[in-house]
Ligand binder design. Structure first.
Ligand SMILES: [Zn+2]
Length: 377
């Protein structure tokens, strides 16, 4: 018997032996429901569909799943988006202490495709515990030693990724619910300034590296105050009201147990990958602040840094690898007590240039992590 086969046999035997006592405790069921041959069972009922059931599978059922909720984590707590209409692709980006979650659901002429990604660098996740970090200075404790051993600094790290397959937002006109900042206990004027500045960092391609500004840049226009809210709810969902034709930024709480700092929902055409709507929801109950303390800072996040990252998604940027490019604004983790994500690094700059600068030749985008391409084949 080949070694690998023997090992498999032994493993199966061990599993069987381990399972027996449990099986003996169960009442005998003569008619166990057969495993579903396909995904037809999704058609039954109307409840949420765990993304895990859909990931890496193309759903083309006789019934329509449009409007059904797709949930990220298996326990149905966390990110959720509704199955969009045919021709639409919706993606939710949530940043949390130490990482991000991203949930994508596309409907390409009735075929439903889903991806879920959860990244964490382990740095700030420790900050979620009620422990003091006496040496957590204003410079922050950015990531792992391995990262610093690789390439240090935002002006050396060059990777970028696209949100929606390499097409930016043609002209991002947006509203802001400035009054909602009061829910976070923030100065209404101060929060507005920070969010407008974050937006302009993307359109001005503002970096600390002295890089020449690209010829072409993203266009955006702040249309002023609104009483409307982003179509994102406290349960971390892109709601059924998304898209509504308006790009809206607002503040609001996340439910207990949802440790998100901010959530951005973007909508694009599932065929052309063109973004046409983005809403940004900033957590009013998760330690976002306009004034990081110079000393003794712990478990606080800079509003402008978080907002700059979220605007990056709205303008068409995705996440880069945290281990190798963790100092970039578009790395999935935003460090606590750190303002460096307010400005762009080399990779962020290159990403915007690729989206809005001179057209590049096909295949000339080193570092591209075009995972929409994976979804759409
Ligand atoms: Zn993000």
């Amino acid at each position: 018997m080949p070694k690998s086969t023997r090992l498999l046999t032994l493993t199966l035997a061990a599993l069987t032996a381990a399972a027996l006592p449990v099986a003996q405790l169960q009442p005998a069921h003569a008619e166990q429901p057969p495993s579903p041959p396909g995904l037809e069972w999704l058609c039954e009922g109307g409840g949420p569909i765990p993304a895990a059931e859909l990931v890496n599978r193309v759903v083309s059922p006789a019934c329509s799943l449009v409007g059904r909720m797709v949930t990220g984590p298996a326990d149905t707590r966390g990110l959720n988006v509704r199955v969009p209409e045919p021709g639409e692709l919706v993606r939710a980006f949530a940043v949390k202490p130490g990482g991000s979650e991203v949930l994508t659901v596309s409907n390409l002429d009735g075929e439903i495709r889903t991806e879920f990604d959860d990244t964490a660098d382990g740095a700030d996740t420790a900050d979620t515990a009620d422990t003091a970090h006496p040496d957590d200075t204003a410079h922050g404790a950015r990531g792992t030693e391995a990262r610093h051993d690789a390439v240090a600094g935002p002006c050396e790290q060059s990777a970028y990724a696209f949100n929606h397959g390499g097409r930016g937002f043609p002209s991002l006109r947006w509203y802001y619910n400035s009054g909602s900042a009061a829910r976070a206990g923030l100065s209404v004027a101060g929060a507005r300034e920070a969010i407008v500045r974050a937006n302009r960092t993307m359109t001005d391609v503002r970096d600390d590296c002295g890089l020449p500004r690209p010829d072409g840049r993203a266009r955006s226009e702040y249309l002023g105050d609104t009483r409307a809210s982003a179509n994102i709810d406290s349960g971390a969902g892109c709601t059924s009201g998304f898209p509504d034709g308006d790009n809206t930024v607002s503040w609001g709480p996340f439910d207990s147990g949802l440790n998100y700092l901010a959530l951005t929902c973007t909508m694009s055409s599932s065929a052309t990958e063109q973004i046409y709507e983005a809403d940004i929801y900033l957590a009013s109950n998760r330690n976002l602040t306009l004034d990081l303390p110079k000393k003794g800072c712990s478990r606080l996040w800079d509003v402008e840094a978080v907002a700059t990252h979220e605007w990056g998604h709205a303008f068409g940027l995705g996440h880069v690898d945290e281990e190798t490019n963790g100092d970039l604004t578009m790395s999935p983790a935003i460090t606590s007590c750190d303002t460096s994500a307010r400005t762009l690094g080399l990779g962020d700059h290159r990403g915007l240039d690729a989206l809005y600068g001179a057209p590049s030749q096909p295949g000339s985008r080193p570092g591209l992590l075009d995972w929409v391409g994976d979804i759409l084949g």
